[in-house]
Ligand binder design. Structure first.
Ligand code: SF4
Length: 347
């Protein structure tokens, strides 16, 4: 399926006349997480090792720039494995797949490379375990999102999807004494806790997951933008429309005091009209966004007179994941445990 292109356009921003000191508050951590880094490198390594084309089921990560770059290197993105020629290599995206997809790939004789983020795999394992113990799993997440489909697919008879806090007031369960909640990894922490509060009000015996399902990267980026947003007249979030964690950053910025917040894929989507009376611009990016796109935004802001850039750092990240096991051996059969260049870690 062809990937929709984001139109590139217009001249750069013009100088903005504003009373007061113009500055940028640059949130940190921002951008690539360890799971995204690993998934993108997995496609690159697969292309290097097996040659083009390498097929990828769904967007490897939810970022149009990353997908376009990989297409240029020979990756072919498909919606389902039945579009992949029998026997070819196919990479499963960072968002994970259900067992039905794994089986369909196997039935077609595809050589699958699983780039599912290990933190998504952790939630899959929780789903399997709670289903085995006959729990009803209330999976907080967005229906139709690939990650939610993959997790729900581990235990379809045991999972009910809870889309929102309001959904928590409506859903019914079979046995209120045996329910547990799990969640998508890229949700708003605050909204998820509100959903849990409302679920627990109805089902007091609701069990918590064994550890946080909302991942470190999502949490860290939200904490950083909260700190920036309270001082920002305008927040610009770099990230794609289908990137859950990027969209959440816009919502969190508005909730925590930004007077306005917009998401852009590229710097050239920034509009002059957003800057009326703006002295402080907050900038961040979602977990699937390469830093080059943030640099382009900063360069555009500089042309508008926002030259003073102050980093607001709320956590250090150093987590890295090893390559998918299918890529850990080089062509000579030697293990390749090379550390990936990720910027993961927990605050
Ligand atoms: Fe993994 Fe979190 Fe990154 Fe998703 S956002 S790929 S769960 S680290």
């Amino acid at each position: 399926m062809p990937i929709p292109r984001v139109p590139r356009r217009r001249e750069r921003l013009k100088d903005i006349p504003v009373d007061g000191h113009k500055r940028v508050l640059l949130a940190s951590p921002r951008g690539y997480c360890a799971g995204v880094d690993r998934a993108v490198i997995a496609v690159e390594k697969a292309l290097e090792r097996f040659g083009a084309p390498v097929y990828v089921r769904k967007q490897i990560v939810h970022n149009i720039h990353v997908v376009t770059e990989l297409e240029g290197k020979g990756a072919i993105f498909v919606e389902e494995v039945d579009e992949v020629p029998a026997g070819a290599h196919v990479v499963f995206s960072a968002h994970g797949v259900s067992p039905a997809v794994v089986n369909a790939a196997s039935d077609r004789g595809l050589q699958a490379i699983d780039a599912t983020c290990p933190l998504v795999t952790k939630v899959h394992r929780e789903a399997v375990r709670f289903a085995r113990d006959d729990f009803e799993i209330l999976l907080i997440g967005h229906e139709g999102h690939e990650e939610v489909e993959g997790t729900a697919g581990e235990a379809p008879d045991h999972v009910t999807i809870v889309n929102s806090p309001d959904d928590a007031d409506r859903i019914e369960v079979k046995d209120p004494s045996k329910v547990v909640w799990l969640s998508q990894t890229t949700l708003s922490v605050d909204e998820t806790m509100e959903t849990v509060r409302r679920l627990r009000a109805r089902f007091p015996e609701l069990q918590d997951p064994p550890s946080d399902d909302i991942c470190y990267a999502t949490q860290n980026r939200q904490v950083a933008i909260k700190k920036v947003a309270k001082d920002a007249d305008l927040v610009i979030v770099v990230g794609s429309a289908n990137s859950s964690n990027s969209v959440r950053l816009v919502e969190v910025a508005l909730e925590y005091g930004a007077k306005a917040a917009y998401r852009v894929d590229y710097a050239d989507e920034i509009e002059q009209a957003w800057f009326d009376g703006v002295t402080t611009v907050g900038v961040t990016s979602g977990a699937s966004v390469p830093e080059v796109l943030v640099s382009e935004v900063l360069a555009d802001l500089a042309t508008a007179g926002y030259l003073d850039v102050e980093e607001v750092r709320t956590a250090e990240e150093d987590l890295i994941f090893s390559l998918p096991k299918e890529l850990r051996q080089d062509a000579a059969g030697k293990r390749d445990d090379r550390a990936l260049g990720g910027r993961g870690g927990r605050s």
